[in-house]
Design a protein. Structure first.
Length: 441
């Protein structure tokens, strides 16, 4: 989640250093040692989230300052940070306006999740600017794809959208249509997998009454219905070779003749196709026409899977939670910390579609106002899914492990190496091998 600012007010220098190293990977972080210094930086830095220690110069000083902070910065989310594991303190902090709390002895991931959750909640009110009319674009990867989609929207070329099932290919197609010079025209979506071979011509071209048995009325085909706008052909790889030939003809001529008529009707339509398959491989296997592939893929546009844009996961969770609660008449308002950790770290083989269904199931089945990890019905093993490759899993583990050790020992390589039982030289080699930047650790 880019361009997010955090201010931490705490007089514990070690805490500030450790947590600034961790949170600084994803956010812009500023620190202050006293309430007075913190109030000055609140006015100039204008953070998106405040982390406030309860005990500064004296007991509960941070807690006493909280009402004043909330009165001046009403919309500022505040996480109370403390060494005290006291439910009485937590209740008092929440009553004074705190949004969450963190005990310093807990796992760093809990604090990171709390920050991420508040970032998402803070931006839900301005979701239209962040989600771009339905497209969630919090992750840097998604924001780059959105820039690419904006450029393509202005062009008039045919586009082939690729990506796994459930990643949101149709949403990108609709976005391109809405931001094109055809936005006043229709957007017509066709699921090619659902069209039987015998009905391809009727679906694409339309027919006159009496053109064949059962054709009692004139019917406008999909191409004619999309005239002046955009035609979206989903799962185009499912068309048979004869159907592909008919599609090729109309994309070349941009003229249709309804079945039962010999009147040529010129059309002005931009075609956006989508596939979850590798069409180049299908061309090699002779199951997809090469000439049609090059006709449809004037510009290929790839939508990455959800596991490669994890910054979108929590915003999607909150969006789907709100929608599902409204749809089902439920008052569930938030996820527990354990649920957010599970949702963020799950590999989502079914992508956005699976995430949406998971939230819907949790809303329906959970009893309270909070969704817990136990409420999430996730597929632990999916037939046909390839497990993560050993080298990649090992690489991810080592990067996370080395970073945690460095944080634990304040970036001191000698102490970190000694703690895990290897030489300083070996530790430095591992840092180089795994591309760890010491300023980020």
């Amino acid at each position: 989640m880019p361009d997010i600012r955090l201010l931490m007010i705490d007089d514990d220098a070690m805490f500030l250093r450790m947590y600034r190293n961790v949170l600084g990977k994803d956010y812009e972080v500023l620190t202050a040692n006293t309430i007075q210094e913190g109030m000055e930086k609140l006015a100039t830095f204008r953070p998106d989230i405040l982390l406030l220690d309860i005990r500064l110069d004296r007991e509960k000083e941070g807690l006493e300052a909280l009402p004043d902070i909330k009165s001046r910065y009403r919309e500022l989310p505040v996480i109370i940070v403390t060494n005290w594991d006291s439910h009485l303190i937590f209740r008092e902090a929440l009553a004074l306006g705190a949004d969450d709390f963190f005990i310093k002895s807990e796992d760093l991931n809990i604090l990171k999740t709390a920050v991420e959750n508040l970032v998402v909640q803070k931006h839900m009110d301005s979701a239209i600017s962040k989600e771009e009319e339905g497209l969630v674009v919090y992750d840097p990867v998604s924001r780059e794809k959105l820039k690419e989609a904006r450029k393509l929207a202005r062009a008039n070329c045919f586009i082939l959208i690729t990506g796994e099932s459930g990643v949101g290919k149709e949403e990108f197609a609709r976005y391109m249509h809405r931001h094109s010079n055809r936005k006043e025209g229709p957007f017509v979506a066709v699921n090619c997998a659902a069209i039987p071979d015998t009905l391809v011509e009727s679906e694409f071209f339309g027919h006159e009454a009496g053109a064949f048995t059962g054709a009692r009325f004139r019917r406008i085909g999909k191409f004619e219905a999309a005239n002046g706008g955009t035609l979206f052909l989903d799962e185009v790889e499912e068309l048979s070779l004869p159907a592909q030939a008919k599609l090729l003809r109309i994309t070349q001529d941009l003229v249709v003749e309804r079945l039962g008529s010999n009147k040529a009707i010129p059309i002005d339509v931009r075609i956006i196709s989508a596939t979850r398959s590798n069409l180049e491989q299908l061309v090699e296997e002779k199951t997809f026409r090469e000439d049609l592939y090059y006709r449809l893929a004037v510009y290929p546009f790839h939508v990455p899977p959800l596991r490669e844009r994890r910054g979108d996961i929590l915003p999607l969770c909150h969006r789907f939670l709100e929608e599902s609660c409204q749809r089902n008449g439920r008052r569930i308002k938030q996820f527990s910390k354990d649920a957010l950790l599970v949702l963020k770290n799950y590999h989502w083989p079914g992508n956005v579609r699976e995430l949406k269904n998971t939230i819907e199931q949790a809303v329906v089945m959970s009893d309270g106002k909070v969704i817990h990890a136990s409420d999430l019905m996730l597929r632990r093993k999916v037939d046909g899914d390839s497990p993560e490759q050993y080298d990649e899993a090992r690489r991810r583990f080592m990067i996370d492990y080395l970073r945690r050790v460095l944080v634990q020992y304040d970036g001191n390589i000698t102490r970190a190496a000694r703690a895990i039982g290897i030489s300083r030289q070996m530790f430095q080699k591992l840092i180089r091998d795994y591309g760890i930047n010491l300023t980020d650790s």
